[in-house]
Design a protein around this ligand. Structure first.
Ligand code: PAF
Length: 281
C-alpha cells in the first residue's frame, strides 16, 4: 500500500491508475479509522479496481479547540488500511492542503442552511471546500460516505451535481455498536459513564422512527418528543432534533421518506444520529 502526502503526487498516481483503464473508489475520512470506515472501504473494494482512502483532520470544519483535541493516529490508520486491502492512503499535512494564500471556499447555499446548518454554516462550508479539493486531487469514479451524516450526505450529493464532478456518490448504511450507538471516532473521547449515557440517542431516534412508520405526520410534535426522550438522560443535552422530508430536509414537504435526525452533546462531545424511514402512504 502506498502512503502519499503530497497532493500533486496523489493526482499523478490517480491519473496513472485511470490511464490503465482502472476505476477508483475513494473513501474520504478524518482519520482515526473504525469499523464504520471499514464498511465504506469494503463497499468501495466491491465496486472498484483501486481503493484510495484519505485521512485529513480538516481545520475548516472544526472550532480551534475541537481541532486541537481531535484524535489522530497515523500508524493505526496505516495498519487498518493495509489490513483492509486499501491500495493507497492519502495523508496530507494542513500546509499541503491549505498553503499560504489559500482563499477559496465552496458552499451549497440552501441545503446547508437546513436542519441545524443555519448555526454552523461555517462547518459545512469547510466540509464542501475540503471535499471539492479532495475530489480534484484524487479524481475518483465513486466516493463513499456514511448515511450517519445525513445532512453532510445531502449537501455533498448536491455539490457533486451542481459542480459537475464526474463522480458517483455512494451512501453506506450506518454501522452500530452492539447496544445501537452509531460508530464514530468521537465515541473514543467519551468517558465510560458518557458512553453508557449515549445509548439514549439511538433508542430515542428508533422510537420516533417507529412513530413515523405508524403514520404520525406531526413533525413538530415528534421533534419535541425526540428531544424530551433524549434529555431524560442527565448527561445528554440535545443540540438539535428534527423530523423532516429526507430529500429536501424541509419539514413542510412530505416525500417518499422521512429523516429523524438529532445532534446531542454528551459530556461536551457532539454526537449525531439519524434514521430514514419510508413515509406511510
Ligand atoms: O465525514 C467526514 O469524515 C468528513 O466530514 C469528511 C467528509 C472526510 C470531510 O473532511
Amino acid at each position: 500500500m502506498r502512503v502519499i502526502k503530497n497532493p500533486k503526487e496523489m493526482t499523478k498516481a490517480s491519473r496513472e491508475t485511470r490511464a490503465k483503464g482502472k476505476t477508483i473508489g475513494f473513501v474520504p475520512t478524518l482519520g482515526y479509522l473504525h469499523d464504520g470506515h471499514k464498511a465504506l472501504i469494503s463497499a468501495a473494494k466491491k465496486e472498484n479496481d483501486v481503493v484510495i482512502v484519505s485521512r485529513f483532520v480538516n481545520p475548516l470544519q472544526f472550532r480551534a479547540k475541537a481541532f486541537a483535541v481531535y484524535p489522530r493516529d497515523e500508524k493505526m490508520d496505516i495498519a487498518i488500511c493495509r489490513d483492509a486491502g486499501v491500495d493507497c492512503l492519502f495523508s496530507p499535512s494542513t500546509e499541503a492542503m491549505y498553503p499560504e494564500g489559500f482563499d477559496t471556499s465552496v458552499e451549497v447555499e440552501d441545503l446547508t442552511g437546513r436542519l441545524e446548518g443555519a448555526r454552523i454554516r461555517w462547518h459545512y462550508r469547510g466540509v464542501t471546500t475540503v471535499v471539492a479539493k479532495l475530489f480534484n486531487i484524487v479524481q475518483p469514479d465513486r466516493a463513499y460516505f456514511g448515511k450517519k451524516d445525513a445532512h453532510q450526505l445531502a449537501i455533498l450529493k448536491r455539490m457533486t451535481d451542481d459542480l459537475n464532478f464526474p463522480i458517483r456518490i455512494v451512501s453506506v448504511a450506518t454501522r452500530r455498536a452492539g447496544d445501537g450507538l452509531a460508530l464514530s471516532s468521537r465515541n473514543s473521547m467519551l468517558t465510560p459513564e458518557e458512553r453508557v449515557a449515549a445509548v439514549v440517542i439511538p433508542r430515542s431516534v428508533k422510537a420516533v422512527a417507529q412513530m413515523v412508520k405508524s403514520g404520525n405526520r406531526d413533525r413538530a410534535g415528534m421533534s419535541k418528543t425526540l428531544r424530551a426522550m433524549i434529555e431524560k438522560e442527565p448527561n445528554a443535552k440535545v443540540d438539535f432534533a428534527a423530523v423532516v422530508d429526507a430529500e429536501t430536509l424541509r419539514d413542510d414537504v412530505y416525500g417518499a421518506s422521512t429523516l429523524v435526525y438529532t445532534a446531542v452533546f454528551v459530556g461536551g462531545k457532539r454526537l449525531t444520529d439519524n434514521m430514514v424511514v419510508k413515509s406511510k402512504t
